[in-house]
Design a protein around this ligand. Structure first.
Ligand SMILES: Cc1ncc(COP(=O)(O)O)c(C=O)c1O
Length: 406
């Protein structure tokens, strides 16, 4: 019997098929292998010693996942000489968790806004506060109070911000905050999910780390969950972020990474159309007699319009508006829409609406959310890339009713 053939039925069923490759893929392939094999022990040792980078096991790194994380990093610094390093995670929440967990120890402080994506606030309060990591909520438009807090606070600190903020679309001046942070050697982390690098590049404005929920615009088609962490600091990525990602195991997978990469191919075209449509819808809503207020950084009357103009290339797809009258009127508008979907996500090709007070910000104290403009009549819109006349017509029909005096 030949020892080398190993061709018994059971063995042939079981043993991995070696890929036959005589030309290279033109497009990124999907490589879902959990483990990677070595020709000999010396190669295995070499691969384990050169982590991250060489492929040994997919929780450590994967040939489909790694280049997509790196492409997102390249986009964040495109047009500059700056280098950035990126990894994909299993969700946007995983990106936020891994990033903060790798930087903070008991006694440290996260300085952040009062209003953030609801999941981020919950993560800070339910996961980090019990670890004795403090959360300090500040208004980042008050730079003097930021500087005073940085002077006063002991221990390691990071600044965590979202701009524009979900869902009131307030904007934070990334350059100004980063300048102060640098003075105190404090890292600035920006959740850039709403903008993507097409609209805003926080790393080039002075921030140290950018996070994404790739579930939103980067993938853009609503059939993949994912996140990304990008930093300019190679050591920070290699010695802190990547080891935590590997150990906690919230890594992405080949199929999601491949879906994200498909989304990236049309990112620039989609984002431009999202911006154009959102601007047109914001202008339309701003003139409507049944609308109390529109929050869109592209409108001259938005309180942070100048900040947005200085740091954004376009004003994004997200807007929110308050319907006049009671919560019943807001519900009536939501239910009256037929093209826009009521769905708790954003950044997909179609228009989506959400009622923050009863969904994403349900667990935020009513007084606090109202202070930040998240009233019972506020509706958030993720404006899609459909024909703009159809989008406006949909809202026109939904808003077509007489508001009764209270
Ligand atoms: C601004 C922002 N950051 C992070 C997340 C979390 O992302 P994921 O749902 O992919 O975990 C979301 C989700 O809506 C978000 O809107």
């Amino acid at each position: 019997m030949s020892l080398k053939s190993f061709n018994h039925f059971e063995t042939l069923c079981t043993k991995p098929i070696k890929e036959v490759r005589n030309t290279a893929n033109h497009q990124l392939g999907i490589n879902p292998s959990s483990a990677f094999r070595f020709d000999n022990t010396a190669d295995s040792i070499k691969a384990f010693l050169s982590q991250p980078g060489s492929h040994v096991y997919s929780r450590y790194g994967n040939p489909t996942v790694d280049p997509v994380g790196q492409r997102i990093a390249d986009l964040e610094v495109s047009g500059s000489k700056t280098k950035a390093y990126g990894v994909l995670t299993s969700s946007g929440m995983a990106a936020i968790h891994i990033c903060l967990q790798s930087l903070l120890l008991p006694g440290d402080t996260v300085i952040t806004q009062e209003i953030l994506y609801g999941g981020t606030s919950e993560l800070l309060n339910k996961v980090f506060v019990p670890q004795k990591i403090k959360v300090l909520n500040l208004n980042f438009s008050n730079l003097i109070s930021l500087e005073k807090s940085l002077l006063k606070l002991k221990g390691n600190k990071v600044i965590y911000l979202e701009t524009p903020v979900n869902p009131n679309l307030a904007c934070v001046d990334i350059k100004a905050v980063s300048k102060i942070a640098k003075k105190f050697k404090v890292l600035v982390i920006v959740d850039n999910t709403f903008c993507t690098a097409y609209i805003q590049k926080p790393l080039l404005l002075g921030a140290d780390i950018v996070l994404h929920s790739t579930t939103k615009f980067l993938h853009g088609h609503g059939v993949s969950m994912g996140g990304a962490i990008v930093t300019k600091d190679k050591l920070l990525m290699h010695d802190k972020i990547w080891p935590f990602l590997k150990l906690i195991g919230s890594t992405s997978n080949a199929f999601d990474a491949w879906l994200i990469h498909l989304g990236l191919k049309t990112l620039h075209i989609r984002m431009q159309r999202h911006c154009d449509n959102a601007m047109a819808l914001a202008n339309y809503l701003d003139q409507h007699e049944n609308v109390q207020k529109v929050n869109y950084p592209g409108l001259d009357n938005h309180k942070d319009h100048n900040i947005a103009k200085n740091q954004m290339n376009g004003f994004g797809a997200l807007l929110s508006f308050e319907v006049k009258g009671s919560i019943q009127n807001a519900k009536r508008v939501m239910d009256g829409l037929s093209l826009a979907a009521i769905a708790p996500s954003l950044g997909e090709t179609d228009t989506m609406v959400l009622h923050p007070a009863s969904s994403s910000h349900l667990r935020v104290d009513k007084k606090l959310r109202e202070q930040h403009g998240i009233s019972d009549t506020l509706i958030r819109v993720s404006v899609g890339i459909e024909n703009i006349e159809d989008i406006i017509n949909d809202f026109n029909i939904a808003l077509d009713f007489k508001i009764r005096a209270k």
